[in-house]
Design a protein around this ligand. Structure first.
Ligand SMILES: Nc1nc2c(c(=O)[nH]1)N[C@H]1C(S)=C(S)[C@@H](COP(=O)(O)OP(=O)(O)OC[C@H]3O[C@@H](n4cnc5c(=O)[nH]c(N)nc54)[C@H](O)[C@@H]3O)O[C@H]1N2
Ligand SMILES: Nc1nc2c(c(=O)[nH]1)N[C@H]1C(S)=C(S)[C@@H](COP(=O)(O)OP(=O)(O)OC[C@H]3O[C@@H](n4cnc5c(=O)[nH]c(N)nc54)[C@H](O)[C@@H]3O)O[C@H]1N2
Ligand code: SF4
Ligand SMILES: [Mo]
Length: 700
């Protein structure tokens, strides 16, 4: 069949720091063909991940939800009645109203996350939440430990323009598996190596695809990054590689840091990290002698109970070397603070009442099983609206999460593209459009662009955008007259663009993207760091306001702040260290072909990932009599998970890695990997410790 191919321009909406500029083949049939990265976008540079390149598999998937469904049998029983939107919304509005009449408005908990990163489709849920005085969500599942640690040092979430890698002689890829999770980091790093011989250092806890491409591979024990950073800085001070002039002008706490690090040299760090003294010395000398070292700091190494400490410690290295002073030198974690986006209308800021109860997103298991502490002084949660997230798969403490969702007195509405494991336990399921079928605006996490994502194809009959759900529910619940309601998606996008100095939405679509990169001096904090005193803080205050937000303690949700070190140090006391009964440390890293739980529904991703596995070292395997391919169980006090073993020299002895996130049902006993993960908040500003978990392991 001969079809004309037109190209549509949009942006990837998925929860990924790359936020790629996309070119989509639009076939006459209304279907899409191949998806490619835009070559003209200097960050995307024509490169995207394979899973989005084959997006046709997802958007035209035969299992997509296309009709609203109302549950007819027991929870999770799979019996549904197909209904029209009006009947579904009528029921939802009725039940939400009833719940609020019985328990007060805080009993309704709208639960969302970043399945779409669109600023209108993702964030509009807050407008409805505030209008209805429903409970707030304290977002903790992803960024908090990383952002808090970064903010503690720099005073803002911004750093180098990632394209500056082309002017770097050393690129340190720290705690991110860029090949899998943000391919463009790898693209620019490997180009820099080709162009100028830049050396790539990769710091991870197992041999990832990213590490296999490194010039220097530092494979350490989970949660030991701050110890490595301390030893590196010890060497920098010791060997006169610290930039004392720079520190005097731009930092706070340098003398205290130097004194404190005297006892934290490579000999101290070697047993903590599992690295050799020589490896640590060599790494310290490399970054100490190469001013233009680019520290690309990921999320992975912050998903432990010492996560904020680890981020801040790693970030302290370029402040000691003074790397920030030169092109290609300094750090980047994210650039969230450069965009000047004003989402106040979308989010319904004027409707917000700060006294309303906050609930910790990661503690959904404890919340839904009525743990009084997790309920934070408010009523039980008896009604939920869930969008863009799949907590029955991705949230920690899965056993509690399941028990909670099974409660008969909990009414759950899930607006979804697929029948996820969360949707399976819903009372009402509403079908959602995909990004190619609605309009939105996105901003880069790991780069400097704002990109419009205009609608390119028509959805199937049935699915509706998130914005439609906010507007319709507002109407059914009689708050449609409040500020911020009553606009179409396009009108809302125009308002957002205008408030954010981006012109109109159409103008933005015409331009394809806007580059908000800061000038050198700003991006490098040469006019001062973003704290009020203009200094980088080696000695952060972990209490009070964190990353510019209301502190968790004022929300009643703080982690063990008192146990945090006041200067960079190994946060050993905070970690879930191995013990005699649970001698292994589990890391639940992302799989290359899945994105959190997304794409587990597409046949190619599924085939490539094969089955849930746990990677372990041959030394550990031999000791337990486990051979490659054996069925094994991982367990701890939270539960037990069955997988198959892959034996390789790919991690430090004592570390086990399970890539995912696989659907729970892909595991033999229906228990997914997050059964093993704890939900206790990471200090000081919350977070889930997905890579900090002790387990026992046995052959089945
Ligand atoms: N293919 C794919 N891409 C994704 C995702 C996905 O699931 N799959 N998820 C998306 C999302 S939501 C996010 S937030 C980003 C996250 O992307 P990243 O910043 O890459 O963070 P993580 O995915 O948590 O983990 C990255 C790496 O950290 C390593 N790690 C774990 N513990 C430690 C430690 O203690 N020290 C060190 N040095 N390394 C450690 C893991 O082994 C893993 O290789 O990726 C996004 N992109
Ligand atoms: N074991 C382990 N667990 C983890 C992690 C880990 O590293 N290890 N990483 C954690 C991290 S960093 C994160 S961010 C979370 C993420 O976890 P989630 O937020 O649950 O992300 P996804 O699993 O991608 O689920 C997003 C869902 O949103 C739906 N969706 C997408 N677009 C739209 C839309 O426009 N409208 C509607 N209504 N729905 C939409 C998709 O179909 C999908 O089911 O997982 C966390 N869980
Ligand atoms: S790399 Fe990330 S942003 Fe780019 S296409 Fe893939 S999922 Fe989307
Ligand atoms: Mo995330």
């Amino acid at each position: 069949m001969n079809q004309t191919v037109r190209i549509g321009h949009t942006a990837c909406p998925h929860d990924c720091p790359s936020t790629c500029a996309l070119e989509v083949e639009l076939l006459d049939s209304g279907r899409i063909g191949r998806v490619r990265g835009a070559k003209e976008n200097s960050y995307t540079d024509g490169v995207i991940c394979a899973k989005v390149a084959r997006y046709a598999e997802r958007v035209h998937h035969p299992d997509r939800l296309t009709t609203p469904l109302i549950r007819t049998g027991p929870k999770g029983g799979g019996q549904w009645r197909q209904v029209g939107w009006d009947e579904a919304l009528d029921l939802v509005a009725d039940r939400f109203r009833q719940a609020a009449e019985t328990h007060g408005t805080e009993t309704v908990w709208p639960y969302y996350y970043a399945g779409t990163m669109g600023l209108v489709q993702r964030d509009g849920i807050h407008r409805l939440r505030h209008a209805m005085r429903w409970s707030y969500q304290f977002d903790t599942i992803c960024i908090n430990p990383a952002w808090t640690g970064y903010h503690a040092g720099c005073g803002a979430i911004r750093g180098l323009d990632p394209r500056e890698m082309h002017q770097s002689d050393v690129i340190v890829i720290w705690g991110t598996n860029a090949v899998a999770t943000q391919i463009n980091v790898m693209r620019h790093a490997t180009l820099a190596r080709k162009e100028r011989g830049a050396k790539i250092v990769v710091i991870d806890v197992y041999e990832t695809e990213t590490m296999r491409q490194a010039d220097t591979a530092l494979m350490l024990k989970p949660g030991s990054d701050a110890a490595l950073a301390c030893a590196v800085m010890h060497v920098l001070f010791r060997d006169d590689l610290a930039d004392r002039d720079y520190m005097a002008r731009y930092t706070r706490g340098a003398d205290a840091l130097e004194a404190h690090l005297e006892t934290r040299g490579p000999e101290w760090a070697a047993p903590i990290t599992g690295l050799s003294v020589e490896q640590i010395e060599a790494f310290a000398h490399l970054v100490g002698r190469t001013k233009n070292s680019f520290f690309r700091l990921g999320y992975g190494f912050t998903r432990g109970r010492g996560g904020a400490v680890s981020m801040h410690a790693a970030l302290s290295i370029p402040a000691v070397t003074g790397a920030w002073q030169v092109k290609g030198g300094g750090a980047l974690h994210g650039n969230g603070d450069i965009f000047g986006i004003d989402s106040s209308l979308v989010k319904g800021k004027t409707l917000a009442d700060p006294s309303i109860r906050h609930l910790d997103q990661s503690r959904i298991g404890a919340i839904l099983t009525n743990d009084p502490d997790a309920l934070n002084g408010g009523p039980p949660v008896t009604a939920m609206l869930i969008q863009n997230t799949n907590p029955m798969n991705v949230a920690p403490e899965q056993t509690l999460v399941r028990n909670g969702f099974m409660r008969d007195d909990l009414f759950t509405v899930v607006h979804e593209q697929f029948m996820t494991e969360t949707a399976e336990l819903a009372d009402v399921v509403l079908p959602a459009t995909m990004f190619l079928e609605h309009d939105d605006i996105y901003r880069g996490g790991g780069h400097t662009h704002i990109l419009p994502g205009p609608k390119l194809i028509d959805p199937p009959e049935g699915p509706k955008p998130n914005h439609f759900v906010f507007e319709e529910l507002a109407r059914w619940l009689d708050v449609a007259e409040m500020e911020g309601f009553g606009l179409t998606e396009r009108e809302m996008l125009d308002d957002l663009a205008e408030r954010s100095d981006l012109g109109t939405y159409d103008e933005l679509v015409e331009k394809r993207w806007v580059d908000k990169a800061l000038p050198f001096k700003e991006a490098h904090y040469m006019n001062g760091f973003a704290h009020p005193d203009g200094l980088f803080h080696f000695d952060p205050d972990w209490t009070g306001v964190q990353n510019g937000q209301r502190p968790a303690d004022s929300l009643g949700l703080q982690g063990p702040v008192a146990a945090m070190p006041s200067l960079p140090d190994h946060p050993g006391d905070l970690l879930e260290e191995a013990d005699a009964a649970h001698p292994f440390r589990l890391v639940t890293a992302p799989a290359r072909n899945y994105l959190n739980s997304s794409f587990a529904e597409t046949p190619t991703s599924r085939k490539k990932e094969n089955r849930p596995t746990a990677m372990l070292n041959s030394v550990d395997a031999a000791r337990l009599g486990i051979a490659d391919g054996d069925r094994i169980a991982l367990s701890n006090l939270r539960g037990e998970v069955v997988l198959h073993a892959t034996v390789a020299q790919s991690a430090v002895v004592g570390t086990v890695v399970a890539e995912g996130i696989w659907p729970n049902r892909a595991h033999e006993n229906g228990r997914g990997i997050n059964t093993l993960i704890g939900a206790d908040p990471i200090a000081p500003h919350g977070g889930a410790a997905f890579h900090d978990c002790r387990v026992a392991m046995r052959k089945l």
